[in-house]
Design a protein around this ligand. Structure first.
Ligand code: ZN
Ligand code: ZN
Length: 345
């Protein structure tokens, strides 16, 4: 078993460019032109250019529309916000903990930016709720994670994966926790995203959906960053590639099952115009995408195409292929195709 050690605060004898992704040597001085991984700087630029805050989003129209949503739509809306608030809260902390063990100061910097974005995501949930519902209701939404058993099962699943790493940090636990991370950021948000995009395509709650779209765009970058870190660790510790295979398969199958259970509960047959069997296929599709990104076999036979064809327009806003929302904040993001890394996904 390989241990993993924390980055030292300063090391006069070590180079600025680190000697390994983990367990290496580094002075801890950050010079973006002298970092170990060529993808780190483009990632930094991309994360900077995507900067946004909830204050840019005008909630006036959503405030008018919210009371006119069906009871089921309102309930689903609030439950999803409650779930996302929990996931983003945990994520802020997890990113910081991983950062401590990455030798290269540039990767530490990226993790800090990632964590800062999670803080903004959390802020956005408070921002939306304080616009739409009473303070009492808002507080209730932030308590859902304690009281909803389906949510509890799902959250415990991820938290357990994170906790093993936090309590017993070693290379295997770090790698496994990254698999849980990719599930959290790249799968567990997705039935929630689908619901908000479904509202938006019916011209409902477009401001909230725009915000969700920004969050989706950020999560997309986060998944890619963690996948890169995962692969770099495997480059240095190749024996784990094969060793983790059954774990990865099993974990993705279980994660998809939990996400489907959650989707049935919040979307089920109660939201007009969105079909639960399509959402289930969408979840299996994403489980396949994520396992494949990590370099493993897809856990579900088939499911190679996104079954929610309409959703692509929303998910791909990011890639500059379309722009469904007319919010002004969209304009300042200039995507540089050369170094944004999307072509690798
Ligand atoms: Zn987030
Ligand atoms: Zn994230």
């Amino acid at each position: 078993m390989h241990t993993v050690s924390k980055r030292t605060l300063m090391d006069k004898t070590a180079p600025n460019r680190s000697t390994g992704i983990i367990n290496g040597k580094s002075s801890n001085v950050l010079n973006w032109d002298d970092v170990r991984f060529p993808w780190a700087y483009p990632k930094y630029k991309k994360m900077l250019s995507n900067f946004w805050t909830p204050f840019e989003i005008n909630m006036a129209q959503d405030i008018k529309q919210f009371p006119n949503l069906s009871e089921a739509e309102q309930d689903t809306f609030l439950k999803i916000i409650g779930l996302l608030a929990l996931l983003d809260s945990i994520q802020t902390d997890y990113a910081g903990k991983v950062a401590d063990y990455l030798t290269d100061s540039s990767l530490n910097a990226l993790m800090i930016m990632l964590a800062q974005q999670e803080v903004i995501h959390n802020h956005s949930y408070s921002y939306v709720l304080s616009s739409l519902v009473s303070k009492q209701k808002q507080d209730e939404v932030f308590e859902f994670w304690r009281t909803e058993p389906i949510l509890e099962r799902r959250n415990d699943f991820v938290v357990r994966g994170y906790r093993d790493f936090v309590e017993q940090p070693n290379v295997e636990h770090l790698l496994k926790s990254i698999v849980f991370d990719v599930i959290l950021e790249g799968l567990f948000f997705y039935s929630g995203f689908a619901f908000f995009y479904h509202l938006a395509r019916n011209q409902k709650m477009v401001a909230t959906s725009t915000m969700i779209n920004y969050i989706n765009r950020d999560e997309h970058i986060h998944v890619d960053l963690f996948v890169k870190i995962f692969k770099e660790i495997l480059n240095e510790y190749p024996e784990y590639k094969k060793k983790l295979e059954p774990f990865v398969q099993q974990t993705f199958l279980q994660a998809a099952e939990l996400e489907i259970e959650w989707a049935r509960y919040i979307i089920g047959h109660r939201i007009d115009g969105i079909f639960i069997n399509e959402v289930e296929d969408y979840i299996k599709f994403y489980a396949n995408v994520r396992a494949n990104q990590l370099g493993y076999d897809r856990p579900f036979e088939g499911y190679r195409k996104n079954p929610l064809r309409w959703i692509k327009a929303y998910e791909e806003v990011d890639l500059g292929k379309s722009d469904f929302f007319e919010q002004k904040s969209r304009q300042y993001t200039k995507v540089n195709y050369v170094d944004n890394g999307f072509d690798e996904l």
